[in-house]
Design a binder for this molecule. Structure first.
Ligand SMILES: NC(=O)c1ccc[n+]([C@@H]2O[C@H](COP(=O)([O-])OP(=O)(O)OC[C@H]3O[C@@H](n4cnc5c(N)ncnc54)[C@H](O)[C@@H]3O)[C@@H](O)[C@H]2O)c1
Ligand SMILES: O=C(O)C[C@H](O)C(=O)O
Ligand SMILES: [Mn+2]
Length: 546
């Protein structure tokens, strides 16, 4: 086997398989290594889609798509372009959750990810360099997998969420798949099941924490910035105690964001703005109960707080609109074990006659009468019929977003929420939900998943070569989806459908890039933000190689 033949057929960024032309086969030393008939990309896509459809369940479909991804990125993304609504739940949430649980058992290919081990800090830079293999990396998605979706600690298995997030980036916004790098930081795992499994592919020890952990994170950021100075760094599914700390450490120094904090905050605010367009209400009149005051819950609260302040409320007035509920019940300023992110959103016991009773969601809803209820608790079925009916009795159009992922963790289903509120609830769910037919109206359910936002946000930042991401740009992005949702139809969704993902990601990217340029936050001169986005966009088509 010559190096040329092996390297091109095994290089998913260059491989075309049966689509290599006769001239290319001659030039590249591929004559005789492929069947004679030369296929077009269209023919390959038709054939691959038929294979995909023949698979018996979603996990098998995913395994098939991942092997295609590992062999030929162009074909994979062409297929995903053609079938984005069908593929999203397979390559991303919820099926990605099943593949993460089974990662070590299903392993066939490292998927061009970088694997960093806490036990080998001196090789962090080398690991990134080897995995990038000379590619011009513009986007890194990194996870330490301590808080994978709502499923907890999955150690090295969590690399699949970084790969999945990046697939959505390319499908939605058009980042060149050769310019991305998924990174797993293997800091150990506290998942006993993995530690006891001889086939587990990560470090077989408990998570390291404290200085040793933060030193590895710091070395990683330093190496990442040195090797890929033009890149955006996206943090995914870190644990509750680290996510905000890491973001605060780097957010004013480099182009970076945390998807669970900021991406989720953005999609929820965009969804609330969509809902308020339908109900014709003002955000300043809303009372927000966030159930599950963790990484996502507090990210959401902060994004809404920012919006209330932009709408003219003082910081103190704005904070009075929030009721954060966690395991302890409503969070008070004297509640033990508050996180740094929770503290600014606590209430005073003196505000309530029944403060000591507010130890669960039902009691809080009964007392507070929220107009907006957000679920990021990881606790399935906790938006019960009683709670929802109680909420709906005190507000005309209750805004209810059960966002916990994957499917089995959702606080409620869209169908139940529509039924329990007699069609009044304005809903977004974390995973895709089917339309709900109720009393002659078809209700479309928006997907309140950060996948609607982070591709456009990230792509806009990369195209504009942003130095940092700030609140101004986040706010501009939250408002970007407004015009896309047709809120005049009965049963309209509060967010645009995934079928328009590429269209609105493009719009979002343009608005984000413009915001960066307007604030002079671009590292290099840019005359036309829209054009910078257009020039950066990759499309799945074969280029001539000879
Ligand atoms: N739809 C989206 O775009 C999106 C984005 C991010 C996170 N999420 C989902 O939100 C959930 C939380 O994610 P996270 O990253 O914030 O995790 P996290 O661990 O940081 O937060 C979860 C919070 O829920 C609290 N909690 C646990 N049990 C509870 C109970 N019985 N009552 C009240 N609170 C309880 C925890 O104490 C913690 O504060 C996950 O299921 C995740 O998939 C969805
Ligand atoms: O991964 C997702 O589906 C959304 C979100 O980032 C999550 O952690 O649940
Ligand atoms: Mn996440």
């Amino acid at each position: 086997m010559t190096t040329t033949t092996a390297s091109i057929l095994n290089n998913p960024f260059l491989n075309k398989g049966t689509a290599f032309t006769q001239a290319e086969r001659q030039a590249l030393g591929l004559v005789g290594t492929l069947p004679s008939h030369v296929q077009t990309l269209d023919e390959q896509a038709t054939q691959a889609y038929a294979q995909f459809q023949s698979k018996p369940n979603n996990l098998e479909k995913r395994i098939f798509l991942m092997s295609l991804f590992n062999e030929n990125r162009t074909l994979f993304f062409r297929l995903m372009d053609d079938h984005v609504v069908e593929f999203m739940p397979i390559v991303y949430d919820p099926t990605v959750a099943d593949s993460i649980e089974e990662y070590s058992h299903l392993f066939t290919d490292p998927q061009n990810a970088a694997f960093i081990s806490v036990d080998d800090p001196d090789n962090i830079e080398a690991s990134l360099k080897n995995a990038a293999d000379g590619r011009d990396i513009r986007l890194v998605v990194v996870t330490d997998a301590e808080g994978i979706l709502g499923m907890g600690d999955w150690g090295v298995n969590g690399v699949d969420i970084a790969v999945g997030k990046l697939m959505v980036y390319t499908a939605a916004a058009g980042i060149d798949p050769a310019q991305v790098l998924p990174v797993s930081i293997d800091a150990g795992t506290n998942n006993e099941k993995l530690l006891a499994d001889p086939l587990y592919l990560g470090n077989h020890h408990k998570r390291v924490s404290g200085d040793q952990y933060y030193d590895v994170i710091d070395r990683f950021v330093t190496a990442e910035q040195k090797l890929f100075p033009e890149s955006l760094l996206h943090w995914e599914d870190f644990g509750r105690s680290n996510a905000q700390v890491i973001l605060d450490k780097y957010k004013d120094k480099i182009a970076t964001f945390n998807d669970d904090i900021q991406g989720t905050g953005m999609v929820v605010l965009a969804g609330i703005l969509g809902a308020l367009n339908i109900s014709k209400e003002d955000i300043k009149d809303q009372k927000f109960v966030t159930f599950g005051a963790g990484t996502a819950g507090m990210g959401i609260a902060n994004q809404i707080l920012d919006e209330l302040k932009r709408a003219g409320l003082s910081e103190d007035e704005a904070r009075k609109h929030f009721y954060a509920v966690d395991k302890q019940g409503l969070l008070f300023n004297d509640t033990p074990d508050l996180t740094a992110a929770q503290k600014p959103f606590t209430r005073d016991r003196a505000e309530f006659d029944n403060a000591d009773d507010l130890t669960n969601l039902a009691a809080v809803v009964k007392t507070v009468h929220p107009t907006v209820l957000i679920g990021t608790s990881t606790q399935p079925g906790t938006f019960t019929e009683d709670i929802v009916k109680d909420m709906a009795a005190h507000t005309e159009r209750p805004i209810i977003f059960p966002l916990s992922n994957p499917t089995k963790l959702a606080e409620a289903t869209a169908a139940d929420l529509i039924k329990w509120t007699d069609g009044k609830a304005l809903i977004a769910t974390g995973i895709p939900a089917s339309d709900v037919d109720y009393k002659g109206t078809t209700y479309h359910i928006g997907q309140g998943n950060n996948a609607l936002m982070y591709p456009g946000l990230g792509f806009g930042l990369i195209a504009a070569k942003a130095k940092v991401l700030n609140g101004e740009t986040l706010s501009a992005a939250c408002h970007a989806l407004g015009g896309i949702v047709d809120t005049t139809q009965p049963g309209a969704a509060v967010l645009p459908p995934v079928s328009q993902l590429t269209e609105f990601s493009q719009k979002l990217a343009e608005i984000v890039a413009q915001s960066v340029v307007d604030q002079k936050l671009n590292k290099e001169p840019i005359t036309d933000a829209k054009q910078a986005v257009a020039e950066m966009k990759w499309v799945p088509a074969y280029q001539n190689i000879d």
